[in-house]
Design a protein. Sequence first.
Length: 752
Amino acid sequence: MSARARVSTAYLWRMRESPRSYADDLRARSDSDLARLLGLRPDLARPAPADVSGVAARAATLASTGRAVDALDRRLLSVLEAAVLVRPPVTAAALITLLGDTIGTRELEESLTDLWHRALLWRDEQGLRPVSAVLDTLGPHPAGLGPSAADLGATVLPPDVLADAPPEVHAVLGVLTWGPPVVEAPPAGARTRSADAVRWLRGRGALGETESGALIVPRELGLTLRGGRSHPATDLVPPSLESTPAPGRDHVNAVAGGAAAELLAHADELLAVLAADPAPVLKGGGLGVRDLRSLARGIDVGAAHAAFLVELLASAQLVADDGELEPHFVPTADYDDWRQEPPAQQWARLAWAWWTSTRTLHRLPRSGAGTLGPDLTWPPVRALRQEIVRRTGLGGDHAPAADDVVALLRFARPRRLPRDIGDLVGVVLDEAGRLGVTGLGALSDAGRVLAEASSVGDLGDAIHPHLPTPVEHVILQGDLTAVAPGPLTGPLAEILRLSADVESRGGATVHRFSPASITRALDRGWTADELIDALTTGSLTPVPQALDYLVRDEARRHGQVRIGAAGTYLRTDDPARLAELLARPDLALLRLSRIAPTVLVSPVEPAVVHEVLRDAGVGGVAETASGETVRVQRRERRTVSRPAPAVAHTPLTPEVTEEIVRRLREGEAVAASRPVDGRAALPHTDPTTALAILREAAADQVPVWIGYAGSSGQIERVLFHPETTEGGRVTGTVKGLRRVLSIHRITGAAPA
């Protein structure tokens, strides 16, 4: 037998020493054990199999076994890897020899029982043994250990010989200690320290070799280098969580509530900006970098924060592509309903959208290129985000460090983490802080409710006590600022959004008035008197004289140009002002012409003239034919929300699982009561299940009954002895004759 063949079959001996009884083990389980198995491995119940034999066949497939192994934490995975290294039956006493005394016999027995409940180990009259598909899932080198020296034809070095080895040998073996055990052979004649070390080891027969020339460290040598242990002690004990003490739960909730209120304010401002000035959609999808930066400036946040807000609002179906010929991102019709909801319910919708989103920003460049684009959709991020938040909650009222959360995840999901998990954890924790899911790094009360929620449910009630109390008044100050002691609601919030810019946020928000902000309100049709009256009504203090002067001065300059609809006309009492407009090249597209010393006309519509003049920095107000001022209400865009198609899914509740188990038992009884020629009827199996049954039978060297559709379409029932499976075909013997059968022609398979 070649070295490569020896390596590929080195771990199958333990499966061939006893008859195949994996399906019998599942049949012998109680109804509660079967229900627990389906709960631990829900893929076995979807679609519901006909009987327990179908469950066994599906559970033995590589795909299902791979998912089950991927769900193990580091301790269970280490116990399973050690289990495939010992001679059956697998016992806690045998595993202690490999795993050491880091955990006791009781913990090992509990781990073995857990693996049996997951059907990764099965029990015969002798004891526990691993499922054959587990061997393929773990690969040729479980725990980073190679095959035995006997399988490789290598020599086991005595400890004293190994102790006297040259330093370069210990250096090479030190690199290979924890695997993988395969190393490329150095070129012939190479004169390096590593080449000398390999020659020393090969000269004593201490290494195995494959057909490709790669060298393999035997299992015995690997265990010697590890001090007799198959795994380091850290693989068996969860990492400790070192956290920074938080000032207290009340402080955590207060900070979280403030962050939630600030998020709602920014979201409302961003939606208002997109309603008035929709952002164009790039040809490849997504939001342009310039448009993202413009939105960020409009609400006074950084580009990264703006990207998070835009993605969050899109996930909540408050922003979408309008689907026009020249598409833009605009608020959906749901925005109007959302704006009328209480702040707590607004937050609940945004928090749930974040919690269930499959979008991730940890792969977004610093420039923000790709925001709302297709490349940020990554389905695994939803489960990872939720687990990161739950792991953060393990710190109680303390704030765990990001590195500690990463360490916990690496222990909990050793086979299912992306390489950039550190970046993902940092982004998720930052987003959680901005949402108010955490406060000062610790999980808030609302975050705890979110971590246990299955729907939007009571999220609003959880955040409500911690949100700042909304106010409908401000304090106007002489330095042209207005202080809002809480989140603003009602008409005053819209007035300040138009006439002032946010200077700072926190427990109180400071708004600053400027010539540009006052002009923005005047552009919307507000007069000086109306604006001052509105501020007087909403302020606890009188309007300062400086603010009154600012508003009236800007209104005086702003009203010098009047816009009408006679084609379009522009009039002013200052002829020099009209001469300036005629001379400006950026207004040439309006095709202005003078019809009187104080009147200009344009063939362009008044609304377009108004927009062009506003973009050019020329303030103007619209008026009727009689000269009355018209308050311009800018048209806000809306589009319909396009939620993703709902996926029909029945959760595996205890009641559903109980019903599936009952049907499995009924299927077993029906199959046993249908003899065909004195033999039980073959169950119908899909190609994947049939392949799994044949692969296990080939490994155990036992025959199986199969139904095979011949070229004529007639199905024959034969006792087949499988040997190898490859490329959709299985090779074996029928009545001593060698046959190669196509998997897709096998209608059913069952153990003999």
